[in-house]
Design a protein around this ligand. Sequence first.
Ligand code: DAH
Length: 345
Amino acid sequence: MSQDSAPTADPLQEIEATTADADAGLAAVTNADELEAFRIQFLGTKGRVKGLMKLLGKVPGDQKKAVGQGVNALQKRLQSAFEEKKQALTAGATEAADAIDVTEPGVAPPVGNLHLLLRTADELTDLFGRMGFDVASGPEVEDEFHNFVALNIPEQHPARDPLDNFYLADPPEGRDEKHLRLLRTQTSTVQIRVMQTQPPPIRVVIPGRVYRPDTHDDTHLSMFHQLEALVVDENVTMVDLKSTITQFVHAYFGPETKMRFRASFFPFTEPSAEVDVFFEDKQQWIELGGCGMVHPNVLTACGIDPTKYSGWAFGFGIERIAMRKYGIPNIRLFIENDVRFLRQF
Ligand code: DAH
């Protein structure tokens, strides 16, 4: 029925027909354009409701009231149905805007990474692997034989002072107090275990955790990590030791790195030295650890003939190495586990 169509005989019937058409029309509306077309058709200035209002003038007096009320009610009804539909369509549009856009690049989930110390240990064993070294390991709870006796550290040596070691309260089953166990203070213990089980030639590195009741400061913790190295073969000399360590320092920290060997003393090496690397960030030397030619007593304790074989060894702090490599000012950062620190590596 068009808006210009001639009035039917009965205006009330015409109102009813318009109502039915409008209901059906609105139900079919699915978007804003169709809704606007509906509004123009029924509620516009030339729309069907306006057409019905014009009819009023021609309606006989006794019907005027009923027709007038009918048209008003129809207009109100369509107006509110129109508003309702409009809101429903807008809400739909917002929902659509909120919907997932599957073509949008995703937000990457956070991915964990190796702790810097593990990574450094891996880098070191890789590097020494390329220089022909195998990797060995040993227990963190040790006996006095491996931690001291076999390493030429006699009973009265100050290193065995209970105040300088984490002794366990219980002697191992069936043994007396002379065989106390302790948390190892050095990875040198594993040198003994390797030499006891493997004939020369030996060429190993040993990354591991060690424990000492040290006072904590910027470079000391009571638990830290060492990288031990041991080479035993015929005709091994101090030249091999110095050249291997120098090669390592230059390969790992860069060829320009300033380093020095300082004469030192360890019961299990003779001669002994300490290795320092210059820490540019702090403008000071940082001590990586000790090294030396394996003492003949140590070889003998492990059943290796010192007249036939010689060896060299070192034990460096992995934290120290990582501090120098990555410019880390304080050793405590390794154990605080602040992800803002850890994520940088
Ligand atoms: N074990 C020594 C320490 O913890 C470091 C060390 C010195 C290891 C000399 C060695 C070595 O293998 O030859 O202080």
